[in-house]
Write a protein that binds this ligand. Structure first.
Ligand SMILES: [Zn+2]
Length: 206
């Protein structure tokens, strides 16, 4: 067996380990209905595994597909490899944006917030306290937050701000993200129509 064949077989073994972890990721994401992209990635890993094995067998002269040249197998593995990398970077980008939020200046964040609530940004600027604070029910630390912080930590603002209307007045529930003893926690805090702090509810780990 040549050195090249040996490293392709070693690569196939590493792919098997990757396959094991991708099944675990799918079982975690399935509960949240987010597994589709990882099912596609898993199919790609299986495809690579088959490609690697066919490639190694061809180089050993034991090809199952005698009329397909080694170069052709390698070309397809390269092509799908680039699709795999593209999907991984896309998924990781989405994941990191979810964890760390998006980069926006205070002003940009306030404009986005005003658009979301369908009010004029000027009205918002004059009414918003720059910073609020709430006590975490888990670590008992004071967590400071501002409306721009809420916008930055929730790229999908619908998940960060809930609008509730009752008896002609509006309440806003903000989901304040907080790094709490090694995990990420979300504290729901309710503000009134003038964005004054009203109350908080039990936090949860994300
Ligand atoms: Zn905490």
């Amino acid at each position: 067996m040549s050195f090249e064949t040996a490293i392709v077989f070693a690569g196939a073994l590493i792919l098997l380990v990757g396959l094991f972890y991708s099944f675990r990721i799918i079982s975690i994401l399935r509960r949240q209905n987010l597994a589709v992209a990882w099912i596609v990635l898993t199919v790609l890993i299986v495809f690579f595994l088959i490609g690697f094995i066919l490639f190694a067998l061809q180089t050993l002269g034991l090809g199952l597909l005698a009329n397909i040249p080694v170069e052709s197998i390698a070309a397809w593995v390269f092509f799908f490899g680039s699709i795999f990398v593209l999907m991984m970077t896309f998924l990781n980008n989405r994941l990191f944006v979810d964890i760390f939020g998006i980069r926006l200046s205070d002003k940009e964040a306030l404009i986005k917030f005003a658009k979301f609530l369908d009010i004029h940004p000027f009205f918002l600027q004059s009414r918003i306290n720059p910073e609020y604070s709430v006590t975490c029910d888990s670590c008992a630390k004071k967590v400071k937050y501002s409306i721009p912080d809420i916008v930055r930590s929730h790229p999908n603002l619908e998940r960060g701000v809930k609008i509730e209307e009752a008896m002609g007045t509006k309440n806003y529930t903000f989901f304040v993200r907080h790094r709490c003893e090694g995990s990420l926690r979300e504290i729901p805090v309710t503000h009134d129509e003038k964005f004054e702090y009203r109350s908080k509810r039990a936090s949860r780990v994300l």
